[in-house]
Write a protein that binds this ligand. Structure first.
Ligand code: SF4
Length: 361
């Protein structure tokens, strides 16, 4: 699992196709043998002694300096209970191909693609993309239009342009290598705190925590049992990473949030944290602590939807100015279509000639 020799092309031969991957509805119970055994300990009074109650100061940065200490698991199981439950998920992780490599560029590509796109939809495009652009230099040297075309099926095409810009920056500043430093990653175009930490955790196996919507949901329900300010999550998540286990911990908690501790219907009976979950122990009262932890805005009717329609249309060829509004899906609102098209031009995805015709860059 710790081999760093698996390049992109090697990965493509071992990865499953999208059709073979279980979705959330058909995923197996995320209770590996060791955790399942512990979950069968009879009687509430005979819970195993998994460690003493622990209080995490959550003061790892200036943002967390004012946060109060967090009392984990008042039942007395301690942090070890979470560690055992989450780390045990390694045995049942979905065999997503980017989990078979530690090559930094393919890992970075996967993390950018996975932003706001389901894993099963990313598998095919990821395999094609890293085959076509196996390193930052190849991506940086390609025309923007070629990178956007390779992004087909994923949406949020601006991510493709930003990834290409990040690749160009790595060619210029880091000898075409993906940096292994948080600040250097954050300085790359389009690379935010989540993606930077994901590269460190999943490529370089550093003990940093990734915090996405799935992780926020699991932490707010199981560890906190209450809603909290977004700034509190990163400090809490960092404090929970077991030393030397950053890769397995982060993969496990992301998997749990994606397949079991889901937004609308958490399947607590299949969850290895069931006996240690604050919200479950309280009888899952309203409001759900996870409500409000997602930062995802509705897609339908959004500018993003119009952007996606325009880019999809442009993949088949140039678009005359007079057909812009219809192609964006807003035939009665040409002003909005023009504004969104202007954003695509400003982002470098699209160019406009003197007649007003649009085409991919
Ligand atoms: S017990 Fe239920 S609510 Fe708690 S972490 Fe597991 S799935 Fe989520």
């Amino acid at each position: 699992m710790r081999c760093r020799c698996a390049g992109a092309r090697t990965v493509t031969t071992s990865g499953p196709d999208a059709a073979s991957l279980p979705d959330a509805a058909s995923a197996p119970a995320l209770v590996p043998a060791s955790s399942a055994a512990s979950a069968q300990v009879p009687g509430e009074g005979s819970r195993p002694d998994l460690g003493t109650q622990q209080v995490l100061p959550v003061s790892g940065g200036s943002e967390g300096a004012d946060a109060p200490g967090l009392v984990l698991d008042p039942a007395g199981h301690g942090v070890a209970a979470w560690h055992r439950g989450i780390l045990g998920l390694q045995a049942v992780l979905r065999p997503l191909p980017w989990r078979q490599t530690r090559a930094p560029w393919p890992v970075m590509v996967s993390e950018v693609m996975l932003q706001q796109t389901q894993a099963v939809r990313v598998v095919g495009p990821w395999i094609d993309f890293v085959s076509q652009f196996p390193d930052p230099a190849a991506c940086a040297a390609a025309p923007a239009g070629a990178v956007v075309r390779a992004w087909a099926g994923l949406g949020y095409n601006r991510r493709a342009v930003q990834l290409r810009a990040a690749a160009a920056a790595m060619v210029e500043r880091h000898s075409s290598q993906v940096p292994a430093d948080l600040h250097e990653l954050l300085a790359l175009p389009g690379i935010g705190p989540y993606t930077a930490r994901a590269v460190l955790a999943f490529a370089y196996e550093q003990d940093v925590a990734v915090v996405d919507t799935n992780v926020r949901r699991v932490l707010s329900r199981s560890v906190l049992g209450r809603r909290t300010a977004p700034r509190e999550f990163q400090a809490l998540a960092d404090a929970l990473v077991p030393p030397g286990q950053g890769w397995a911990w982060n993969q496990g908690i992301v998997e749990l949030g994606a397949t079991i501790c889901t937004s609308r219907a958490p399947r607590c009976r299949r969850c290895p944290l069931e006996r240690h979950c604050q919200w479950q122990a309280a009888g899952r009262p309203d409001p759900d602590p996870a409500v409000g932890t997602s930062v995802q805005a509705p897609f339908a009717g959004s500018d993003r939807q119009g952007r996606g329609r325009l880019v999809q249309r442009l993949r088949s060829g140039p678009l005359a100015a007079g057909t812009l509004a219809a192609a964006a899906g807003w035939p009665d609102d040409p002003g909005r279509a023009e504004r969104v098209a202007g954003m695509l031009v400003a982002d470098g995805l699209v160019v406009r000639d003197q007649s007003g015709t649009l085409r991919l860059a």
